[in-house]
Write a protein that binds this ligand. Structure first.
Ligand code: ATP
Length: 592
């Protein structure tokens, strides 16, 4: 398939600043025109001294013209740069907003499967890397390209042979540059791969620092880190070594235009076809041709980096989206129905596609309490995630109140379901705002009431800044159970008719468990409740317990029925009872 042009992608974000970009280009052109005027002024002054009789009036006149040209150049360059910076930041903003929007519309699972380091790298660093070339490209590319062209035309008007002579170093440097550039794309590609690798290894190192410390792996012994830092250094130095000779050669030869203009100029002067003033100005002008061209070459790297950044951003922007309906639906009830649902997370490398769920039928009546239990990897979390539409099912359908969830607008579905996960993410804002996320328009009193119902009020009040304590700072001094109660308070405030609860396996000390159970009771009163259960004692009174194994429903019923008919549940229950008695007997032995 033909790859989409990255320039097209980039400028598709420029619709909000088309006018500014156009004015920036016009100003850059005026600035270049202004930049040529001083050359012309100096030429005229030289002519006055060599060919004519210089008068103060004429010298002042051409000096003023030169200064005016220079001022025009500076002023319009400034306007062009300002506008190009505004445009660049507008484009950056558009790209970031579009990516954020895309992450909301893409299946959550796809987003979560991306490495956080990689996402952060693209949204923050890569997109930022577009700014410098983009903001500088318009004024500087135009001036660095147009100025030499303008000077060349001016040289041609004085003497075309001198104009050609001034170009002598360009083909010589060009041949060397071309040879060097042959491998540039490949080398840049490898450089970006090495860069991405070191980025992800560093993020992994920082994220996993607790484990690394626990297993006493310092930077020197954490082999992956050391290897990737070493290989990145090796790669960049190798690339530098392979190019420095060519780069130095080009840097030395390209500006030496006098290699051409001096001998040709002397010859033309000697045979009388070039006046001394023309000779002098040609020497000056020829020097003005190459220095902008050298600056132009700096952009080659910047533009390549911009291309990579845009392609990376585009990779996120082209993630598949969930089909989204806009028309809100009206629910008759909040019963949940899974009809013949099959689902696979997809292939990992060349492995055979593994079904996480196969032909699953579940019926959860409105206002009932259902529990999913079963062996690890049985598909319990998958059922919960599919109901919340983190992914779309491969086959079958999921209905709420008889309506296929694909026909429910995503924000309406979000308002209908509260999903309380095991890991309770707190945002870097006050505890008050963290709870208020459940209902952004909630009054302070409503937040306090939810916090009380979730048994958070007591420990929050003990914090120095109470509800205004920043959750980022507080997160470090809150226990796992306290964090979970804050997210339950958030869910209580949301007051959605369906609650899906991934029961935490941790935080099982009796006091905390009692408080969490109390807060869960407040959250789930009168709701359609689905619990992914890890402790069977908490779900023994459920209206139905759904037992899952290897992506299938093994059995379904009340605890009493399952204890008579379902061997897997009986085993699980016995294991649960044994673990309880084991805990009790161990405690007793310790106390004795
Ligand atoms: N994000 C994912 N990508 C690929 N495969 C996954 C993903 N999440 C789960 N799976 C696979 O899908 C199957 C069902 O997993 P699921 O998490 O639903 O099981 P579970 O019953 O909730 O297990 P547990 O009790 O251990 O949490 C497992 O084989 C698992 O390896």
């Amino acid at each position: 398939m033909k790859q989409k042009s990255w320039v097209k992608t980039l400028f598709s974000f420029a619709s909000r600043c088309k006018g500014k970009i156009t004015i920036s280009v016009i100003c850059a052109i005026i600035s270049v025109a202004g930049g040529i005027v001083p050359y012309f002024g100096v030429y005229k002054i030289i002519c006055l001294f060599i060919d004519e009789t210089p008068t103060l009036d004429k010298i002042i006149f051409w000096s003023i013209i030169s200064i005016a040209g220079y001022l025009v150049q500076v002023l319009f360059y400034g306007i062009s740069t300002t506008l190009s910076h505004i445009s660049a930041y507008t484009i950056l903003e558009s790209i970031r907003l579009k990516i954020a929007d895309k992450l909301m519309k893409a299946p959550l699972g796809t987003v979560l499967n991306e490495q956080i380091g990689n996402l952060k790298n693209i949204i923050v660093d890569r997109v930022e890397a577009i700014e410098i070339p983009l903001a500088h490209a318009i004024p500087e590319l135009i001036s660095n390209l147009l100025l030499p062209i303008g000077v060349f035309i001016f040289l041609c008007m004085i003497d075309w042979r001198m104009a050609l002579a001034s170009m002598i170093t360009i083909p010589i440097a060009g041949i060397v540059l071309k040879r060097m550039m042959k491998t540039f794309s490949k080398q840049y590609d490898d450089y970006m791969k090495a860069n991405n690798h070191i980025n992800s290894v560093i993020v992994e190192y920082v994220e996993g620092i607790e484990v690394i410390k626990a297993f006493n792996q310092s930077t020197s012994s954490y082999e992956k880190f050391t290897k990737s830092v070493d290989s990145f250094k090796g790669y960049t130095l190798g690339w530098f070594r392979s190019t420095w000779k060519s780069l130095n050669f080009v840097g030395a030869v390209l500006p030496s235009t006098m290699l051409g203009t001096l001998p040709v100029g002397i010859l033309l002067y000697l045979n009388g076809s070039l006046t001394p003033s023309e000779f002098t100005i040609c020497l000056i002008l020829s020097m003005g041709i190459v220095s902008p061209l050298m600056k132009f070459s700096i952009f080659v790297n910047d533009i390549k980096s911009m291309e990579y950044s845009v392609r990376d951003a585009d990779m996120l922007l082209t993630l598949p989206e969930l089909s989204i309906k806009k028309e809100p639906v009206s629910f008759k009830n909040y019963a949940i129905q899974l009809e013949n649902v099959s689902f696979s997370y997809g292939r990992v490398d060349d492995t055979e596609e593994k079904m996480a769920l196969s032909n699953v039928d579940i019926s959860i009546p409105e206002g009932s309490f259902s529990a999913l239990v079963g062996s690890s990897g049985g598909g319990k979390s998958t059922v919960a995630r599919l109901i919340a539409r983190f992914w779309d099912v491969n086959e079958g359908c999921i209905k709420i109140g008889g309506i296929n969830i694909k026909d429910i607008p995503l924000n309406q579905l979000g308002n209908t379901i509260t999903y309380v996960a095991q890991d309770n993410f707190l945002f870097n804002c006050s505890l008050m705002e963290n709870i208020r996320l459940g209902k952004p328009k909630a009054s302070d009193e409503e937040v306090f009431a939810a916090a009380k119902a979730a048994c958070c009020d007591e420990f929050i009040s003990k914090l120095e800044d109470g509800y205004n304590t920043n959750a980022g700072a507080a997160g470090k001094c809150l226990s796992g159970g306290e964090k979970q109660r804050i997210s339950i308070a958030r869910a209580i405030l949301k007051d959605a008719p369906i609650v899906i609860l991934d029961e935490a396996t941790a935080f099982t000390d009796p006091e905390n468990e009692h408080k969490i159970q109390k807060s869960i009771a407040a959250l789930t009163k009168g709701k359609t409740l689905l619990v992914i259960a890890h402790r069977l004692s908490t779900i023994k009174d459920a209206d139905q317990i759904i037992v899952m194994e290897k992506g299938n429903i093994v059995s379904n019923g009340k605890q009493g029925e399952l204890l008579k008919s379902c061997p897997l549940y009986i085993n699980m229950w016995n294991a649960h009872i044994n673990s309880k008695s084991w805990t009790v007997s161990t405690k007793r032995k310790k106390e004795a």
